[in-house]
Write a protein that binds this ligand. Structure first.
Ligand code: ADP
Length: 291
């Protein structure tokens, strides 16, 4: 093709025949319809990775489920989809049904939609692009289009809670806030370090700018459970409670047994005796009290 043949948007008549607006609107309507049975949608985010977002998302779901609620998790962290492993649904099959894909379910009945069940660990999710080497230009667009397809083609059914495990990044929190709109509230996760607090604070500011409802933050790794004496001991040197201009929903100590259970895909077998589980149960009860 000669350069003179390349058209700019100004040369196109209307949408160039693509019916792009109609396509987007019809997909949006489909998503709306598919999520119409979802009472409450909460996205779990953080500016940082590795602070326990996925772990706490699953544990919160677990606690809500124990209270008899219908719960599902959407793992929106396409490049680090760990919910499949944590929930023991890594090898789950997605079965097409009349009203879309049937959600795989963890042993205790939590619906799990995680790309980790579809893409082998040895492969990264590929948002391929026609512009070789410039895939970063299309990345967010393609990622949200995959997310839209997942939302529109899954049978979410009647749910009390749909928890969304977000990818890390303050800017990502805002992108998801804009994508989901008013139907979603946020919980932010931090750990007791000033570095993490700073990044979570940025995420909160970004969410405030987009007018999102932020329920509060959870301080994960708030001490650790000693294997010998079973008491909670300080983990971070600066043993002060994190201060943020946002409600603190609770602190969760690092529980080595929980870490092992997550790795083994049996994270729903946590003991009620664990102080970490007790704190999570309290957070879930508080969430239910305002539902
Ligand atoms: P993120 O989703 O923020 O990247 P993960 O939830 O994957 O972080 O957690 C990172 C690692 O830390 C995982 O191996 C997880 O099992 C472990 N972990 C996180 N929080 C806890 C906790 N409170 N107790 C025990 N292990 C934890």
């Amino acid at each position: 093709m000669e350069v003179k043949d390349i058209k700019s948007y100004g040369d196109l008549d209307g949408d160039g025949g693509s019916q792009i607006i109609e396509q987007v609107l019809s997909l949006k309507e489909k998503v709306q319809a598919k999520l119409s049975g979802v009472k409450r949608m909460i996205a779990i985010g953080s500016g940082k990775g590795g602070v326990g977002k996925s772990t706490l998302t699953f544990q919160l779901a677990n606690q809500l489920r124990k209270c008899g609620k219908a719960v599902a998790i959407l793992d929106a962290d396409f490049n680090g989809p760990t919910i499949a492993q944590i929930s023991g649904t890594k090898d789950a099959k997605f079965i097409p049904g009349e009203n879309g894909l049937t959600l795989p379910v963890s042993k205790n009945g939590i619906g799990i939609m995680s790309i980790g069940s579809l893409v082998p660990e040895s492969e990264a999710v590929d948002f391929s692009s026609v512009a070789q080497g410039d895939s970063y230009i299309w990345r967010a667009t393609k990622e949200f289009s995959v997310l839209t397809d997942i939302l529109a083609n899954t049978n979410w059914g009647e749910l009390d809670f749909l928890l969304v495990d977000l990818p890390p990044g303050a800017e990502r929190c805002r992108q998801f806030a804009e994508f989901f709109g008013k139907r979603v509230s946020f919980i932010l996760i931090t750990i007791p370090s000033d570095v993490s607090r700073g990044v979570v604070s940025r995420s909160y500011e970004a969410l405030k700018e987009s007018g999102s409802d932020v329920i509060g933050f959870i301080e994960n790794m708030d001490g650790y459970i000693c294997n010998d004496c079973k008491s909670v001991k300080p983990l971070f040197p600066n043993n002060k409670k994190i201060q943020l201009d946002l409600q603190r929903l609770g602190g969760i100590p690092f529980d080595p047994k929980l870490a092992l259970m997550c790795d083994r895909g049996i994270a729903d077998e946590t003991s009620e005796k664990s102080p970490a589980v007790q704190s999570l149960a309290k957070i879930a009860a508080d969430l239910l009290a305002v539902s």
